[in-house]
Design a protein around this ligand. Structure first.
Ligand code: 13P
Length: 254
């Protein structure tokens, strides 16, 4: 954790979840209201089809809602896409951009991630910008260089950079049950912290840097206890309220 920073635990449901899953979101709200999630701020990012329903269930409560992607433009001829203003209109306050699954499947670049983060910021949404190296890049010894390049290319200039969150997600750790060593996570988060200071000045010291990739209740305490790890971006374990809450519950304010 970073001193003075409130941890953020975000759940990325990816392409999972039907209306029948909304009960998990209700359970998350109830637990957060009962004070069962430590000192973490919670965000759940269901598929776009559930955002309006989830917004109604979360209204006025402590759990925030996020989208999983947004288009850099506000509206127009972009079949299948969703703008930041639409997410906001549906009740979201956050949006994930630059996820490695989109970089991989759709060739999304750093420049596009940056444009999306900028669009999100212009609508008052908090962008969670994802970066992370592949297994080959780590094995070649280039993980920090790769992620540093992604950070420089993907983060937009913002008047209030604290409304931007970085998620370090090693591609090879996503959905695999594998995680980097504590030393490797700490090394990468320290490098990202240094870059945030270079890019944003003093505000970079308290911007949140999340770790993502096979975070589970069993490994959360170790990962989230590391310096400069200010929370988690959770995939599979966020689909069940009990697992998600188990991860959030270990978080303490820095
Ligand atoms: P898993 O937690 O399922 O590894 O997914 C991580 C992730 O990609 C979150 O965005």
């Amino acid at each position: 954790m970073t001193p003075g920073v409130r941890p953020l635990v975000a759940g990325n449901w990816k392409m999972n979840g039907l209306k029948a899953s909304l009960g998990e979101i209700v359970a998350m709200r109830k637990a957060a209201e009962a004070g069962a999630v430590g000192e973490a701020e919670l965000v759940v990012c269901p598929p776009a089809t559930l955002i309006s329903d989830a917004a109604a269930l979360l209204a006025g409560g402590p759990v925030a809602l996020g989208g999983q992607d947004c288009h850099p433009r506000g509206s127009g001829p972009h079949t299948g896409d969703i703008s930041a203003s639409m997410l906001k209109d549906a009740g979201a306050s956050h949006v994930i951009v630059g996820h490695s699954e989109r970089r991989d499947a759709y060739g999304e670049t750093d420049a596009l991630a940056r444009a999306k983060a900028e669009a999100a910021g212009a609508e008052g949404l908090i962008a969670i910008v994802c970066v992370g190296e592949t297994r080959a890049e780590r094995e070649a010894g280039g993980a920090v260089a790769v992620v540093s390049g992604q950070i420089r290319g993907s983060l937009p200039p913002l008047s209030d950079p604290r409304r931007l969150v970085v998620a370090y997600e090693p591609v090879w750790a996503i959905g695999t049950g594998l995680t980097p060593t504590a030393e490797d996570v700490a090394e990468m988060h320290a490098a990202i912290r240094g870059l945030l200071g270079e890019i944003y000045g003093p505000a970079g010291a308290t911007m949140r840097i999340l770790y993502g990739g096979s975070v589970k209740p069993a490994n959360a305490a170790e990962l989230l206890g590391l310096a400069n790890v200010d929370g988690a971006l959770v995939g599979g374990a966020s689909l069940k309220a009990a697992d998600f809450l188990g991860i959030a519950g270990v978080c303490r304010r820095g």
